[in-house]
Design a protein. Structure first.
Length: 621
């Protein structure tokens, strides 16, 4: 047995060295040509092998290998007791100071210094966990530091500027400072490399601030993204932007920030971000308002001992995903067999998730000082403190993932089941059954178990590939080469965005631990009203909506749109250019954007999670 394990490890390392696409292309935003990324991938192969063969419970390891479940991020956890994604408590870190390495950082006295400190916080948090991180309501957070800039310029103006021009002078100078700070933030994040060989997977939530400087910061975030990076003005991949929409703030023309919503629409049409977060629906689903941790993981509401809502400083402890299509295939169309197998697999998922908790409990504050001792998780621990005190009381989440509701229903109701109420009820029953277990386990372990619509960037391939080997080519299920991500409508069918929203809106009610909806559009040619009509339609129906629109750019002929996919990469449909150095290709790969110029397999991962809406004749009605 030991020999077999060593042979498997050697094979995996050889595949890495020889650049096997299934290994080096697993993540669209990790450049496997670099030494730092290859070092991380090499460590990941070893960590994964050791975890599967020596750490995980045997039933869990075997279920993962066979493809019954997927124990996510084995290249990091459980080899090290790392946490997953989080909402950073940047507010207290900036206000109270923090330490990184040998440097003690004090509270900033300008928006430029505050934004620079945010970059350092993001870099260090990203190197101390394996998931994405979010700075929420960043416009309101940075607004208070812009007031330092105002005071500085006011003092200067009193000495050198005519009295009647003082306010104009101050406004101009602070606006410039905010623009410079936000542009620096964007550039610095995109030039960072964390210890895992990639740019930090970071999200900025914004849009609700009504004060003068919050508005300017929102505008600067959007103008900076529209402008693009560098001399070629390429689309920035990070940070992910999530724009909050709230009635009375920015929803209607009479709202004070409606002009910024118009700017957000322009930005989304040109750069695909921002995604939008509808305030009232989010509160309805989660109990209060907050941005996702990273790409789509959401926290339920939680109150501290004083009864105050607390979100920043909380985190997720990891994901295990259930292969739902396999259960349906194994049942051979017998619904009773399906449910029997489902409940058996749930037991294995339980064991896997509980093991994640047990392993994390072995961490100490010294393992990740930025998280545990310097404020990223809000409460600052001392040496010897139990880190589980930050997670118990249902303050942290752990995720019960699922994938492939479309394929599972296809086994029982055929490929065109979406219009059949009985078929859709079956898919919802799967999530309802998971939610029953979620509630039971939450009560038992005092960690919030959440039902999670997995962002399966490579898992859509892996589960389908394993099932194809086992069951052969099955029409509309394994023969496609991928499984549908979570609850999404079959991507091969043309529907309007309104129909897609109406179909998908019922699922996050039972899977509020992680979700996102997408609508994909053709090039809209600056038709803001068409896109706005979809955003507005979604407000009372879905919480979190992404815009997928072709934004590929050829620098030779200046074509903007959707590139052709070839066996070796991407090609401009206008001039035939396929040189990776002169084409800018940006695709949505699950929760984030990616640059898969030489990785066309990512195109499949892009297509699997959002229906291609080709007709928008109703978009302005």
């Amino acid at each position: 047995m030991r020999g077999d394990n060593m042979n498997n490890l050697e094979t995996d390392l050889k595949n890495l060295i020889t650049k096997d696409p299934t290994v080096v292309n697993e993540n669209a935003n990790k450049d496997s040509a670099t030494f730092s990324t290859m070092r991380d991938l090499t460590a990941g192969v070893v960590s994964k092998s050791y975890a599967l063969n020596h750490l995980l419970p045997k039933d869990v390891a075997e279920a993962h290998k066979q493809g019954d479940i997927h124990f996510h991020d084995l290249d990091y956890h459980p080899f090290q007791p790392l946490t997953n994604c989080c909402l950073i408590d940047a507010e207290s870190m900036l206000a109270d100071g923090f330490q990184i390495g040998n440097a003690t950082v004090t509270s900033p006295k300008s928006i430029q210094t505050a934004s620079a400190q945010l970059v350092q916080i993001i870099a260090n948090v990203s190197s101390s966990q394996y998931g994405g991180c979010t700075i929420d309501r960043v416009d309101e957070l940075l607004s208070k530091y812009a007031k330092f800039n105002e005071n500085k310029h006011r003092n200067i103006a009193r000495r050198f500027v005519d009295t009647k021009d003082i306010e104009s002078y101050i406004d101009y100078q602070v606006t410039q400072d905010i623009g410079d700070a936000i542009e620096s933030l964007e550039y610095e994040i995109n030039t960072l490399y964390t210890s895992n060989g990639q740019t930090p997977f970071v999200t900025l939530g914004f849009g609700l601030g009504l004060d003068r400087y919050s508005r300017k910061i929102q505008q600067a975030i959007l103008h900076t993204r529209i402008k693009g990076l560098g001399k070629d003005r390429i689309t920035a991949i990070f940070p992910k932007l999530v724009f909050s929409i709230k009635k009375g703030v920015n929803f209607s023309p009479s709202d004070p920030n409606y002009d910024i919503k118009q700017l957000a629409l322009q930005c989304s049409m040109k750069r695909m971000y921002p995604d939008i977060l509808n305030y009232d629906k989010t509160v309805e689903l989660l109990g209060d308002f907050k941005a996702p941790m990273g790409c789509r993981s959401f926290l339920p509401y939680w109150k501290d001992v004083d009864g105050n809502f607390e979100n920043n400083g909380r985190c997720n402890l990891g994901v295990v995903t259930l292969n739902v299509p396999r259960i349906a295939l194994e049942s051979k169309g017998d619904i009773e067999v399906f449910w029997k197998l489902f409940h058996e697999r749930i037991v294995i998922m339980h064991d896997a998730l509980v093991y994640r908790i047990q392993r994390i409990a072995e961490a100490t504050p010294d393992n990740a000082p930025i998280l545990y001792k310097n404020g990223a998780f809000k409460r600052r621990l001392e040496d010897g403190d139990n880190i589980m005190n930050l997670f118990k009381g249902q303050r942290a989440t752990i995720s019960m993932g699922y994938i492939g509701l479309y394929e599972a229903a296809t086994v029982f109701y055929g490929a065109e089941w979406e219009s059949k109420s009985k078929a859709k009820a079956f898919t919802l029953d799967i999530l309802k059954a998971m939610k029953v277990y979620q509630q039971r386990w939450t009560e038992t372990y005092d960690i919030w178990f959440s039902v999670y619509s997995t962002p399966s960037e490579s898992l859509t391939d892996r589960f389908c590939r394993l099932d194809r080997e086992r069951f052969g080519d099955i029409s509309d299920i394994t023969d496609k080469g991928y499984y549908q991500n979570s609850f999404h409508y079959d991507v091969r069918k043309d529907i309007t965005p309104f129909e897609k929203i109406d179909f998908e809106k019922d699922y996050p009610v039972y899977a509020s631990g992680g979700y996102i909806h997408y609508c994909e559009y053709p090039k809209l040619n600056h038709n803001l009203k068409a896109l706005e009509s979809v955003w507005d339609y979604s407000y009372d129906k879905v919480s979190y909506l992404g815009t997928n629109i072709p934004i590929d750019h050829c620098r030779l002929c200046d074509f903007h749109g959707d590139f052709k996919t070839t066996e070796t990469g991407y090609q401009c449909p206008e001039c035939g250019n396929d040189d990776p150095t002169t084409v800018d290709v940006v695709k949505r790969t699950c929760g984030y954007l990616g640059n898969p110029v030489q990785r066309p397999t990512i195109e499949g991962r892009h297509k699997e999670m959002c229906a291609r809406v080709k007709h928008l004749k109703d978009a302005t009605s």
